[in-house]
Design a protein. Structure first.
Length: 154
């Protein structure tokens, strides 16, 4: 064990250590944020990823799977699996696009109802995060997250 590792381990026991890797730091923040939103949405039977998809479909209307994946920076395997679960629950409908390889997705009335049931729980989690960070830092975080996504998107 070197001096850096030893110091880091001691720091980890008393506070959240500063990680030398931006990727690791953002993934750690994402994991804890996800845990908080998952906890808030659990009572309505939703995962945070499902809520995000319901929100996106509510905002965009009908959209292709490829465009949905790009908009949310989701890999196709995860997106396909999550959409299939949501379709089985009756929250989304899909149809073929102009190109037979293309699928188009939209909310169903049940999906709209599920989103409305989940919204207060999501809003509560949002408010708690905003309160913990303070409005200026919350808004800065939102802006930085969007900027990072835009800068690194293909």
């Amino acid at each position: 064990m070197n001096a850096y590792t030893s110091n880091w381990l001691m720091e980890a026991k008393t506070s959240i250590p500063r990680l030398p890797c931006t990727c690791a730091s953002l993934r750690r923040a994402s994991r804890i944020l996800t845990q908080r939103y998952e906890e808030a949405l659990r009572s309505v039977g939703l995962r945070s990823s499902q809520f995000t998809l319901l929100q996106a479909l509510d905002l965009k209307g009908e959209i292709t799977q490829g465009n949905l994946g790009r908009a949310l920076a989701m890999d196709i395997t995860t997106l396909t699996r999550t959409l299939a679960i949501m379709a089985r629950s009756g929250w989304i409908a899909r149809r073929r696009g102009k190109d037979r390889r293309e699928w188009r997705f939209r909310l169903t009335p049940a999906g709209t109802a599920q989103l409305k049931r989940a919204y207060p729980h999501w809003a509560s989690a949002q408010a708690q995060m905003r309160e913990k960070l303070g409005k200026p830092r919350w808004e800065a975080l939102q802006q930085i997250a969007d900027e990072v996504t835009s800068a690194l998107a293909d």
